[in-house]
Design a protein around this ligand. Structure first.
Ligand code: GLU
Length: 365
């Protein structure tokens, strides 16, 4: 695929792309990005922007120097900074006669199916109104347990929910390098984000902006599973997208070919989860042949989860074999694991479904 052939593009701007090192909003740069976006819109390409910068702008407005403010304080700082951020966007897009709409998101909005569908509807209606959605995490209410923390994975999840075919991550690096010290070792194309690819990231040196390369690789995994292309490129230049197209300097993550429907793409590209159901060999054979998961085949549960939560199904060799939505809570499964389906009602004391996970809610990996 080529950038100018994509139908729906999500553009993610990191804090350092949109705010300079003195804490000033980069107006001229955004104006140049808007010129690139106008070109996309002439070609009827839909655009979504995911922009960081609320904390950086809030800090500079409040003259707070510490690089890392504590979470509770950063919520307040973000609530001040987000107004400045969206204000700048609004002014500059308005100047170019383009409408924007602000969407502030928490993980629940993307990880709960009903809320994700609701979010998708809002995006679609903004497109109908000819407006560009500008998204950020709702940092003001996000706590450490329920927080994306980085806008890379958030942008990937948004790309999946709106059915984008391309996510462009504009960052302060040219892409993924085989060796960080060797500028000639930029990797052009990645087809599988495996252990080898993860091993290229030095977790100790985080020279890649706030989210780092690690969260960008996680984002790539989400996109690729959802059938969406993703590229990481340097957003430093004016007219960044035009430059990227002409210079072809980026790392392009190719999507997996997938015939999954939208709901299953949503299930498979869910954020990594600690909730797990361990199953025996018989159950894993059943799953692979497209059957539902019954209580008899369950050996263990890990993590606390509710009905409808996204879980990982792990086989007896400790291999993640499926992503799924559980029809039971972890407490319930703990009581009925290993038992026959006709014993469930007796043990729990109320009538329930007979499958722990229905086959329609399972995506075998
Ligand atoms: N949501 C945060 C902000 O706007 C940034 C998250 C990130 O750096 O990816 O400041």
């Amino acid at each position: 695929m080529q950038i100018n052939k994509a139908k729906k593009i999500v553009i993610k701007l990191g804090s350092s792309t949109i705010v300079d090192n003195k804490g000033k909003f980069k107006k001229k740069w955004l104006l140049s990005l808007i010129q690139d976006i106008k070109q996309f819109r002439k070609n009827n390409q839909e655009i979504v922007i995911v922009s960081s910068g609320s904390i950086a702008l809030g800090q500079s407005y409040l003259k707070i120097k510490n690089k890392k403010v504590k979470l509770q304080m950063s919520q307040a700082v973000a609530s001040i900074g987000q107004i400045h951020l969206i204000n700048e966007f609004q002014k500059l897009f308005e100047k170019n006669k383009i409408k924007i709409g602000q969407i502030l998101i928490t993980p629940d909005d993307t990880e709960q199916r009903r809320r994700a569908l609701n979010a998708r509807r809002t995006f679609e209606n903004l497109f109908k109104l000819g407006a560009i959605p500008v998204v950020n995490e709702n940092d003001t209410t996000a706590t450490s347990e329920i927080k994306y923390g980085d806008n890379d994975r958030l942008a990937a999840r948004v790309a999946q929910i709106v059915g984008a075919d391309l996510l462009i991550i504009l960052s302060d690096v040219d892409g993924l390098y085989k060796k960080i010290s060797n500028k000639k070792s930029l990797i052009k194309e990645v087809n599988d984000v495996n252990e080898n690819i993860f091993s290229l990231v030095d977790k100790k040196i985080n020279i890649f902006g706030s989210g780092g390369m690690l969260t960008k690789l996680e984002a790539a995994k989400i996109c690729m599973n959802a059938g969406c292309n993703m590229l990481i490129a340097n957003g430093r230049n004016f007219n960044p997208i035009k430059k990227i197209i002409s210079k072809k300097k980026y790392t392009w993550f190719k999507p997996k070919i997938s015939n999954l429907d939208a709901r299953k793409k949503w299930i498979i590209s869910s954020l990594s989860s600690f909730a797990k159901i361990y199953i025996d060999q018989g159950a894993s054979r059943a799953l692979k042949s497209g059957k539902s998961l019954l209580s008899a085949g369950i050996t263990k549960v890990a993590g606390n989860f509710k009905k409808g939560d996204n879980i990982i199904i792990v086989d007896n060799n400790n291999i993640h074999i499926a992503r799924a939505l559980s029809s039971f809570t972890s407490d319930e499964i703990n009581k009925i694991k290993g038992l026959q389906s006709n014993q469930i009602e007796n043990i729990l004391g109320y009538a329930t479904k007979s499958e722990i996970v229905h086959k329609d809610d399972i995506v075998v990996l």
